[in-house]
Write a new protein. Structure first.
Length: 192
């Protein structure tokens, strides 16, 4: 796997790659560190970075990400406050299943949330998280109704897979298996 399927930092950035593919090429970019959301700014963890951008570096980066994920989970579990984990606001929260099945009010509330959605003011936004394969983002345009006017999902596997031809060009056919495995893409994300 050493020297197989190399992605340079310049190429990975040019193709829009994120996650382990980008980090294995030596680029220190992780949304949880660069644009912290939720409680990531309160947690200590390292972002694994590779140097060569080959299959072996992608493997090492993912292996270290497992260790760092364990580190994050241990810290997060200690910080979970006591009390309910669901917002108690009937305007936006679905009712409890027992209430939905046993009271007319719960059933109506559930139906209205599912059928009408939550009305948000008109506007647009982009929000992203660091998913297992890179930046998972959603660009949403709201028109004031309970459904988005437009919604675009930036799935990391779809974007990262664009770099595949560059990584396998001139390689043995058997190398393609290793490169595909190191990209670790989710085919459902790539179906556009």
């Amino acid at each position: 796997m050493v020297g197989v399927g190399v992605t340079t930092a310049e190429d990975a950035l040019a193709w829009g790659c994120t996650g382990p593919i980008l980090r294995s090429a030596g680029v220190d970019y992780d949304i949880r560190k660069d644009y912290p959301y939720l409680v990531y700014d309160q947690l200590e963890f390292d972002v694994p970075i590779g140097t060569h951008g080959d299959c072996y570096d992608r493997y090492l980066v993912r292996l270290e990400e497992v260790r760092q994920s364990t580190r994050i989970l241990r810290q997060a579990v200690k910080q979970i406050p006591d009390g309910p984990v669901m917002l108690d606001d009937p305007r936006v929260a679905l009712p409890d299943k027992r209430e939905t099945y046993n009271t007319i009010e719960g059933m109506i509330r559930h139906f209205k949330h599912i059928m009408d959605g939550i009305r948000v003011p008109p506007g647009e936004t982009y929000s992203c998280t660091e998913a297992a394969n890179g930046e998972l983002g959603f660009y949403i345009i709201a028109d004031g109704t309970g459904r988005p006017y437009k919604c675009y999902c930036r799935s990391p596997s779809f974007v990262n897979l664009q770099a595949l031809p560059m990584c396998v060009e001139g390689r043995y056919i058997s190398d393609i298996v290793a490169v595909l495995g190191s990209f670790d893409f989710v085919m459902g994300e790539c179906d556009r």
